[in-house]
Ligand binder design. Structure first.
Ligand code: SF4
Length: 429
């Protein structure tokens, strides 16, 4: 979501004369768009500011803005601790960035904007067209979360669940497609909780977006298992543009730990969702997130996670050792033994890697559908992704960026597939 927000912050700033530069020392203004989910996120921001300070030691000081969830969580404290920062702007207030910059230039007074004005934000953003023109684009449809998992900061930094107006999203998608975008990834902290005016859900959005000519692929991220409704599951049967890879975090395979995390579902329920998905689309694959060593996790709980992983055979998954986030309920809990946690993480990651390898091996000598994202510099090679998001590097003489092509896979490693161009007639699986 930060990538989407950063692009929109740029769209806003460009209306008052700012342009992007790749030459750091040329910048008049730095916007550090931060994420609070990362470990030691706050310290990383101060370190980055330290680097900017060093680079500009003998130059005119740039305007330094910290935006995003760290700005929201730390607020004015950041300006007090690091006076080099001129402005703090939260993720639900960044539409005010233009007025704030102009105000700062007039008065030279530090600014802190951290209200949860999500409606105002999207009303303002809709007035400025999204300039993103790469092959795939993120598109925020929902923000915030009401679920309050005990380890997570999102409900505190992004605020309560909010769904953008349906028409606003369709307009933005159409605009992106006219810029050349071929694949849209719908975003939300609880994207499948999208519900506008109790009339439009995520499934209605997917069905409407499927009608946009020249849009070739649709994905959405990140979903909560409890919001995987029947109508949404059916989209995996009916909507050919909806790609058959679903990121569905479970975090742990132990019911005890899921309860301690306040995930509000158990392992059996999660399995039932996966089974329903596989029933409507046998091509569907699931990726997930795992927290290892959550406070209270025993060897038996960890074994339950391993059991679940083996049962489902996840691909493209993320796994981390639990680390406390300030302000969350889990932050006050006694930490598990680190060495034990590290051992467990390694074991889990080995299993996940094996599944990834096995999955990639299945493509060998097969033709697969690839959406071309770019050409590798000075080589007759292209980069694209399969329907399941696996990166593919393939040889070809002359392909068009943004085209769907058939690639024959001839080798693989854990992360990538390698192949040769077959045809642009889509007969692939
Ligand atoms: S559902 Fe997701 S965003 Fe919401 S609190 Fe839980 S982990 Fe955080």
């Amino acid at each position: 979501m930060n990538e989407y927000d950063s692009n929109r912050i740029y769209d806003l700033a460009s209306t008052i004369g700012f342009n992007k530069t790749d030459v750091k020392k040329e910048a008049d203004c730095f916007v550090l768009n931060t994420c609070h989910i990362r470990e030691k996120a706050t310290e990383k921001v101060y370190n980055e500011i330290g680097r900017v300070k060093k680079d500009f030691k003998n130059l005119k000081k740039p305007l330094v803005i910290v935006s995003g969830c760290v700005a929201q969580a730390e607020s004015e404290e950041m300006i007090k601790r690091e006076p080099y920062i001129d402005m703090i702007i939260g993720p639900q207030s960044y539409h005010k960035i233009r007025d704030s910059i102009l105000d700062y230039e007039r008065k030279k007074e530090k600014i802190s904007e951290t209200e949860f004005d999500v409606v105002g934000k999207f009303d303002e953003l809709k007035k400025i067209s999204n300039s993103h023109n790469k092959i795939f684009s993120y598109l925020t449809i929902q923000e915030g979360c009401d679920k309050f998992c005990h380890f997570c900061v999102v409900p505190y930094t992004r605020g309560p669940e909010y769904s953008r107006p349906f028409e606003q999203i369709i307009d933005e998608a159409q605009n992106l497609v006219s810029n050349g975008v071929k694949e849209i990834i719908l975003l939300g902290q609880n994207v499948n909780a999208y519900n506008y005016n109790k009339k439009y859900t995520l499934s209605s959005l997917i069905r409407a977006l499927s009608n946009i000519k020249n849009l070739k692929r649709i994905r959405f991220i990140t979903s909560h298992p409890n919001d995987m409704t029947e109508d949404l599951i059916e989209c995996y049967r009916d909507c050919k543009k909806l790609m058959p890879l679903l990121h569905l975090p479970i975090q742990s395979g132990s019911n005890k730990i899921l309860k301690l995390m306040n995930r509000k579902h158990d392992q059996k329920y999660y399995m039932s969702v996966v089974e329903k998905l596989k029933k409507v689309n046998k091509d569907i694959k699931i990726s997930s997130d795992f927290i290892v060593g959550y406070p209270g996790e025993t060897e038996r709980d960890f074994k339950d996670t391993i059991k679940l992983v083996k049962k489902i055979g996840f691909i493209n998954s993320y796994s981390f050792i639990f680390s406390p986030r300030p302000g969350t309920l889990a932050a006050s809990k006694k930490l598990n033994n680190l060495t034990e946690n590290e051992k467990r993480l390694k074991k889990l990651q080995n299993i996940l890697e094996n599944f990834q390898n096995k999955n990639n091996k299945k493509y060998l000598q097969q033709n697969c559908e690839v959406l071309i994202e770019n050409k590798l510099n000075n080589q007759k090679k292209y980069f694209g992704r399969t329907k399941h998001m696996t990166p593919v590097i393939f040889e070809a003489d002359n392909c068009k960026i943004g085209e769907l092509v058939n690639v024959k896979i001839i080798s693989f490693n854990q992360k990538n597939l390698f192949g040769i161009y077959k045809t642009n007639k889509m007969k692939a699986a």
